[in-house]
Ligand binder design. Structure first.
Ligand code: GLP
Length: 253
């Protein structure tokens, strides 16, 4: 069931940080799944603020990031490893040994993908997964297509995704062509999922994800199958979600 929460943009990070706080209150050693991109930045800022107030404790938390660009090591400013350290990990009391991000420069990428899945499983799977959504409906870097992969895999990035992410790199040719991404299986096995999105440009794809058929052409539509998903959206992002499908959605304004 997808719960939809519509909130002012400024409220979104507060809602998400509270969700995480409650999760860590219930289970201080939670395994949490984390996204990158521009939307989560405001959430990470709020989580850091809550941590500084003593409300969120990361001492026992384990994290798994959704994805990493192939070919970028952790020192590259556009690597997701760098992003996570800069925007979250260095500001909170997390043990860096408990933070996991696929290694985009591993000698054997296939082995790295298997290692990542095994580690997620060994540590009990993901308790709480935060997601963003790509303009084309990708989650993590699970791109739309004929089929989706359940397991962590090397994904060729679609041109539209590389174009969307070129703003971070300065030029399209600098955007890596491939990424390692957690598969749909690990994401959908997460016990709780919170997806955040803002802005008019995400409205159409969110309507497809929520109201449309479940299709590999819109990877986020698979979230309709999950038991406990909350979409936290601003008004603009939620504006094209028109009808409720098979009672699978609840509006909680
Ligand atoms: C990237 C990430 C996704 C993220 C998406 C949207 O491609 N791999 O995990 O959800 O971008 O990012 P933004 O929040 O910048 O729109």
């Amino acid at each position: 069931m997808i719960h939809i929460r519509i909130a002012n943009r400024e409220q979104i990070p507060i809602i998400v940080a509270e969700h995480l706080r409650k999760q860590l209150e219930r289970k201080p050693d939670s395994v949490i799944g984390l996204p990158t991109g521009s939307t989560p930045l405001m959430v990470y800022r709020e989580i850091v603020a809550q941590h500084k107030k003593g409300k969120i404790d990361f001492s026992r938390v384990i994290t798994f990031n959704l994805d990493e660009y192939v070919g970028l090591d952790g020192k590259h400013v556009q690597s997701y490893k760098y992003y996570m350290y800069k925007n979250l990990f260095r500001h909170v009391n997390i043990d860096l040994n408990n933070t996991h991000i696929p290694n985009g420069v591993a000698e054997n990428l296939e082995e790295e993908c298997r290692r990542y899945d095994q580690l997620i499983e060994q540590l009990g799977g993901i308790d709480w997964q935060l997601l963003g959504i790509g303009l084309n409906g990708h989650i993590g870097f699970n791109e739309p297509g004929e089929c989706l992969s359940a397991v962590t895999h090397v994904q060729r990035l679609l041109e539209e995704t590389r174009i969307a992410n070129a703003r971070f790199f300065g030029s399209l040719q600098d955007v890596p062509t491939h990424a390692i991404t957690m598969g749909m299986g690990s994401i959908l096995r997460a016990k709780k999922i919170v997806l955040i999105a803002t802005g008019q440009e995400k409205a159409k794809i969110l309507a497809k994800a929520v109201n449309g058929p479940i299709t590999t052409r819109v990877p986020a539509s698979f979230l309709q199958l999950h038991q406990d998903v909350t979409f936290v959206l601003d008004q603009a992002a939620a504006s094209a979600i028109t009808r409720l499908r098979n009672d699978s959605c609840e509006f909680a304004h």
